[in-house]
Design a binder for this molecule. Sequence first.
Ligand SMILES: [Zn+2]
Length: 144
Amino acid sequence: MARKPRKRTYKDCDRLWGQIIRLDETCAVCGARVGDGTCHQVHAHHLIHRNAIFFRHNLENGICLCPGCHRFNIGKVIDGKRTISAHGSPAFFREWFQETLPEQFEWYEKNRWLVFPNVKPDYTQIYSVLEDELRQRTAGKAGE
Ligand SMILES: [Zn+2]
């Protein structure tokens, strides 16, 4: 008989979602990597605000960013390149997002205004999908 999965909450799903988004430990904007010391950590940023619970644990709604590109860069030009950040300079970030990740941007544009007032997410189900995804994405990495 199949084992009944443990009941999960949105917080369990948050943790797993973030873990998956941060897996390659590389900032999508500036390319800083935890592995080579160019940044000390990476963040999982929600493209559609995480208060939109229906998309909160959707993996297309996440992007891996260094702390600067997540919160602190304000669109200055350094070495001929503009520093941007999702929260610090959202207009520049949006431009970058559209140019660099057109498919994900299209998904974002299509979904960002949608509301599902009567949908109550099943976090146990979402957790199990995320768990499978994490397992697939980390398969084969153990021997590296
Ligand atoms: Zn960065």
